[in-house]
Ligand binder design. Sequence first.
Ligand SMILES: [Zn+2]
Length: 128
Amino acid sequence: MSSQTDAPAEPKQYSGACHCGKFKYTFPHAPFENGEADVFSCNCSLCTAKGLLLLRIPAKDFTFTAGTLDELTRYEWNTGKYLHHFCPVCGTEAVLTYDEMVTVNVRTVPGLDLEKLKLKKFDGANLL
Ligand SMILES: [Zn+2]
């Protein structure tokens, strides 16, 4: 009989894209699509308006395979700590950047069943 221990899950390589496909990206993260890891749902006014569902990735692990961060349109608001980047063609918000982290909008990862995600509230309305 073997007793199972909770070893950290091996990261999986995910890919995402804006709606029109001008921007594509890939990033590693522990599996999350069946609720294995938390996905953050922020209650600030912008995330609420856009419906963002978020995962943070170290910037060094995040790679654009089509387009670049500079080609996305940047939106800065509030404290300006988080920079929002969206496609100038289709308007999809792909990522937020903050310090050395990239926060991916997981709604841009194709094939996810959003009902299966384990959403965790992030109180951005009060914390940002
Ligand atoms: Zn686009």
